[in-house]
Design a protein around this ligand. Sequence first.
Ligand SMILES: [Zn+2]
Length: 82
Amino acid sequence: MLSCKDFLKELSDYLDESTSPGAKAELDQHLKECPNCWVVADTTKKTIQVYRGTEPRAVPDRLKFRLLAALESRMKARQKNC
Ligand SMILES: [Zn+2]
């Protein structure tokens, strides 16, 4: 069973669809059980789509990393028992 921290670590690969099928299944499972991560994944996906819409190239890793770090600290502040 993945923790939220593990999930967030894999999230950018998950959204890029570059995770292995086994890892993806675990991430899908976590999303089903964790509304908080679902919101984070959904928000991140939409944000990436917005950037992809305005830039011809994929989101720079640096930007994704900063986004994920911001989301992670926000989640930590909001929830302590996931
Ligand atoms: Zn979670």
